[in-house]
Ligand binder design. Sequence first.
Ligand SMILES: [Zn+2]
Ligand SMILES: [Zn+2]
Length: 235
Amino acid sequence: MAPRRSSPRRSPGPADLRYDFHSHTFLTDGTASPTDMWTEAAGRGHRALAITDHLAMEDPAPLLDRLRSEARAFEDSPLIPIFGVEVSMVPPRHLARVAHGARQAGAEIVIVHGESPVERTPAGTNRAAVLSGEIDVLAHPGLLSTREAELARENDVFLELSARRGHSLANGHVARTAITAGAALLVDSDAHSPRDLVPYELARRIAAGAGLPPAGVVRALRDAPRRLLRRLGKA
Ligand SMILES: [Zn+2]
Ligand SMILES: [Zn+2]
């Protein structure tokens, strides 16, 4: 485990506006423990970090039990620790059932590994995710269609601009399509190690670089995350 960083009290500033709903630990394909990830986010002054380790068809209980137990250490932290899953590489016809099972097992947030431009995600994943009624965020949805973005808006699914190499190649398309459809956007790190966590200023540049106008940047970095936090019962 990395040494725990001291967390000096910081005056409110952009770091306090950093909300991140997508990250991984060594419980799946990340490199650090849940405690290390939340400790680093807290040390940076971030407001919220969701750990969303990968889940396919297996029993979600062992993963969620471990995340829940490590989250307890942050109950009194200014950082809001959130734990859940990223439903990944599941045949679309099983996606809603897997997401529902994760909720039953205690997931506070359920996101879906969308049809990234750089992976062989099963075709139809984006559509199944926005129709499922079970998920909060469609991560890195790649070349999603306007109809899929409209369904995301109608079903209150947040669409993700990704900081992760490869997945981020479609951010411009995701932003444009979400704006056309009126769907809400977030900027997530998809961090696989503590150093991948994205500071506020980089998140702002990712949002602006994807083509969001200034008001859209504020919505993606502040308004949409706060709305999602309220829905998760965390604010
Ligand atoms: Zn993913
Ligand atoms: Zn991920």
